[in-house]
Design a protein around this ligand. Structure first.
Ligand code: APR
Length: 243
């Protein structure tokens, strides 16, 4: 019933925006942050993922991101990512605003993706901003130009979100008549403000109810994994493509 309801909402919608979080990538083998098996269960993000850690704890910071970047080599988009890319191709989705830094949406073929928290697949110098190769970060190099510290283009705790991605998402959210939130606890500001900024219908797809999700007035809540639910919705939308 609920997958069918969402399929109808998508068919009726002229502009659908997706907001995805780490729960969209766990079926690709990438841990999320706050569920029982999440990264932050054993690691304090302030020690490895903040501007402070970059300045005062660079070895820890670098080790954490080297581990996450290397882990990506064995991860690929799952059927849920491929289905979202197919939805975009069929004009059913206008933007994916993601908090994920793994670029799996793009790898799956999605073109309109706003990386609200940047990504960990591209590297820059913290001091002069010049781009560097992933390998240079992985082998502990320093900036070729100014000997500064290298870091991924991820948004660290304490940094502002990329203006272009944020502004584009704000615009699309205001125009949207359907916002589908997938695999996020909605705990992190300011992304967790986005669903309430929409005048459209609000749908939540998540493996579990979270303490924060209860604060939103979702029109529809589908509890389950992103891959499963998106497969059901895709089937309901007909001309099923085998994934
Ligand atoms: N399908 C659906 N939901 C899932 C799945 C799945 N396969 N796997 C996990 N989830 C759910 C979890 O139950 C959890 O509620 O996805 C949610 C992920 O929440 P978080 O781990 O908090 O991740 P996210 O909301 O993306 O975190 C936001 O916090 O640490 C920062 O920058 C980091 O972008 C991240 C931000």
């Amino acid at each position: 019933m609920t997958a069918e309801t969402l399929a109808h909402l998508m068919e009726e919608s002229n502009r659908t925006v997706l907001l995805t979080g780490a729960g969209m990538s766990t079926e690709s083998g990438i841990p999320d942050f706050r569920s029982s098996t999440g990264l932050w269960q054993n690691i304090d993000p302030r020690i490895v993922a903040s501007t402070e850690s970059l300045q005062k704890n660079y070895e820890h910071f670098r080790e954490f991101y080297q581990m996450r970047i290397t882990a990506l080599d064995n991860c690929k988009p799952h059927k849920g990512h491929l289905i979202l890319a197919d939805f975009e191709k069929r004009g059913l989705v206008s933007l994916i605003a993601t908090q994920n830094v793994d670029q799996l949406h793009q790898q799956a073929g999605s073109k309109n993706v706003a990386e609200l928290h940047g990504n960990i697949v591209s590297i820059r110098c913290q001091k002069c901003g010049k781009p560097h190769g992933k390998e240079q970060f992985l082998n502990n190099s320093i900036c070729t130009y100014c000997s500064g510290k290298l870091r991924p283009n991820v948004v660290l705790f304490g940094e502002t979100l990329p203006t272009e991605a944020w502004d584009r998402t704000l615009h699309e959210i205001h125009e949207a008549d359907l916002v589908i939130v997938i695999g996020t606890s909605l705990e992190v500001y300011p992304v967790n403000q986005l669903p309430s900024m929409s005048r459209g219908k609000l749908v939540y797809i998540n493996r579990e109810q979270t303490s924060t999700s209860a604060h939103y007035s979702f029109d529809l809540v589908l509890e389950g994994t992103a891959g499963e639910i998106l497969t059901d919705v895709h089937r309901k939308l007909g001309d099923l493509k085998k994934f």
